[in-house]
Design a protein around this ligand. Structure first.
Ligand code: UDP
Ligand code: MG
Length: 317
């Protein structure tokens, strides 16, 4: 990056039904970045909010000429909203952060320092002391362990969608057109020089989480099925084990024939049922795995856009 030209930085902030928090969030981000030697643009992505968010964002755009607002045509989800923001960005660097104040904007200067030093990715990592619910802590830990166990792409435990990216890292992400997006995995997949920056997560500035259990589950599915083929191999290994068991059983039965004790072979209804249920269950699960992959392939080949923009304010900025 040329030291003479002021480096331009886009702040991408996805917003879904955060009315009441926006002015306060914007003021806090401004306090954190004003005075820094970069040219900032704020890109708020309104992810199909149904409350007063859109009006509040329009007011913000009217009051601050550095604010751009992109409104999606419906709620496409956090990852799609982030993608819309990255696609719209033109800055030399981009920082993505949540609108609820859980990603401290006070860390942006430090993140940008590292980008200027030559890092392409500065990944925010939620420090272990975060006041998360027991359930979220437990599911999150389990999720990262499982994902890293079955996927070739390493994803940092506690990684958040709070990160700074260089222009070439953003361009690399933009070259990944996949419909099922798990940005934490994609960022790790593109490579480049990256730094990890732990942050302390505060409580939400207000309102409630917009990540319902269904949305969290979908994100986990997207992560697992788009970054790993391991579930398909589960079938292969289980099939192998079952074949070995069948072989052992054959030898066992044959031993009765060889020693002439065929009358001792008990008619085992319960063991038979057990085997049928186990095998049936496994087949169903594996068929399910294959079904999910086929579904994902189906959605990818349709080549639908990840999001649709309804309205954009100050697109020319
Ligand atoms: N968000 C979004 N679309 C959604 C869900 C969430 O744009 O469908 C935004 C939300 O407004 C917030 C960020 O994504 O700025 C993270 O969501 P949230 O804070 O609800 O998730 P949590 O921190 O509870 O995991
Ligand atoms: Mg949050």
């Amino acid at each position: 990056m040329s030291p003479r030209k002021k480096i331009s930085v886009d702040l991408v902030i996805p917003v879904f039904n955060e009315a009441g928090l926006i002015a306060q969030m914007h003021a806090r981000v401004r306090r954190a970045v004003d005075g820094l030697p970069y040219a900032f643009t704020f890109i708020y992505v309104n992810d199909g909010s149904s409350d007063g968010t859109e009006t509040e964002l329009t007011a913000l755009a009217n009051a601050d000429k550095r604010v751009r607002v992109i409104s999606l045509s419906r709620n496409f989800g956090h990852q799609a909203a982030l993608t819309a923001g990255l696609d719209a960005s033109r800055g030399d660097a981009v920082v993505t952060l949540d609108a609820d104040g859980q990603h401290p904007p006070e860390m942006i200067p430090q993140m940008l320092d590292l980008i200027v030093q030559g890092y392409d990715i500065v990944q925010g990592q939620r420090a272990a002391d975060a006041r998360l619910g027991r359930f979220k802590k437990w599911t999150s830990g389990l999720f990262y362990r499982l994902l890293n166990f079955i996927s070739g792409t390493r994803v940092l435990p506690g990684a958040a969608d709070f990160r700074a990216l260089s222009r070439r890292a953003v361009d690399a992400l933009k070259a990944m057109p996949e419909y099922h997006r798990f940005l934490r995995g994609m960022v790790s997949w593109i490579g480049f020089k990256s730094a990890i920056l732990p942050y302390h997560q505060e409580e939400r500035a207000g309102g409630v989480t917009k990540y319902s259990f269904a949305k969290m589950f979908r994100l986990a599915m997207d992560a697992i099925f788009s970054f790993s083929l391991a579930p398909l191999y589960v079938g292969l290994s289980l099939g192998g084990i079952l074949l070995l068991l069948a072989l052992a059983e054959m030898i066992y039965v044959l031993s009765f024939w060889v020693t002439g004790r065929t009358s001792n072979l008990a008619p085992g209804w319960s063991s038979l049922m057990f085997v049928i249920l186990i095998v049936g269950g496994m087949l169903m699960i594996l068929l399910g795995f294959i079904g999910v992959y086929v579904g994902y392939i189906f959605q990818e080949v349709k080549r639908r856009p990840v999001y649709i923009v309804k309205r954009e304010e100050k697109a020319d900025k």
